[in-house]
Design a protein around this ligand. Structure first.
Ligand code: HEM
Length: 196
């Protein structure tokens, strides 16, 4: 039960937090996302609407890259193996650094920069390696909630974009706590402006 709460609740909260931060710092992306939701027929998001929000989708992917909600995965090596020339005997406890991988300059130009366009069809920087972008893990234990997470995140953002414009200092750098799952320790100061 604890795992399900962590897996299904904290992760989507972290994703939304990161999206809200960067959309507050990059108003041009906020405007793009708002234009997409306002173009929908209904105020509430239907399943078929998910494909009609390409900018929101790009921003979500970039948020999941920049602040990987599950930064590392624990693994227990069940038989002797070798990874990139390193011998790992059976019984080794290994950690897979998803956050690290998603910030490697070898894969991602300007890795610390918020640049949702890197996931657009004409760039697809994530295609450099099948495990370059893995916020939902990989293999048999890959997240079972990944599509549901997309629905949750986009539904909340849809309501926020319709009701508010928000601002975050462009120079703001979140003081992150990575002890458990990552969160900004200052509560992320934002200025909300209700839309008329
Ligand atoms: C943005 C949101 C989410 C992220 C980033 C995320 C991330 C992950 C990751 C990295 C794993 C893999 C763990 C591993 O390989 O050891 C995982 C597994 C899992 N996730 Fe998610 N998750 C998210 C949302 C959700 C939601 C909404 C649910 C349920 C409604 C969920 C349920 C699960 C479950 C049950 C597993 C375990 C699967 C297994 O062990 O076979 N997750 N998640």
């Amino acid at each position: 039960m604890i795992f399900l709460l962590m897996a299904a609740h904290d992760t989507t909260t972290i994703t939304l937090t990161t999206m809200v931060q960067y959309l507050g710092q990059y108003p041009q992306w906020q405007d793009r996302c708002r234009a997409e939701v306002l173009a929908l027929e209904s105020e509430t998001l239907g399943y078929e609407d998910l494909d009609r929000l390409p900018s929101v989708d790009l921003v979500m992917k970039e948020a999941l890259r920049l602040v990987t909600p599950v930064p590392a995965l624990p693994r227990h090596v069940v038989k002797d193996t070798e990874v990139l020339g390193h011998f790992l005997p059976a019984g080794t406890e290994a950690s897979i650094g998803l956050h690290f991988t998603q910030h490697m300059p070898e894969s991602w130009p300007e890795p610390e920069k918020f640049d949702p366009g890197r996931f657009a069809e004409d760039r697809r920087e994530d295609k450099i390696h099948r495990y370059a972008w893995t916020p939902f893990g990989g293999g048999v234990h890959k997240c079972i909630g990944l599509y549901f997470a997309g629905m949750q995140v986009k539904s909340v953002l849809n309501q926020l974009l319709r009701r508010y414009r928000w601002h975050v200092d462009p120079a703001y750098v979140a003081p992150m706590n990575f002890m458990a799952l990552p969160y900004p320790t200052d509560g992320l100061p934002i200025r909300l402006e209700p839309l008329g």
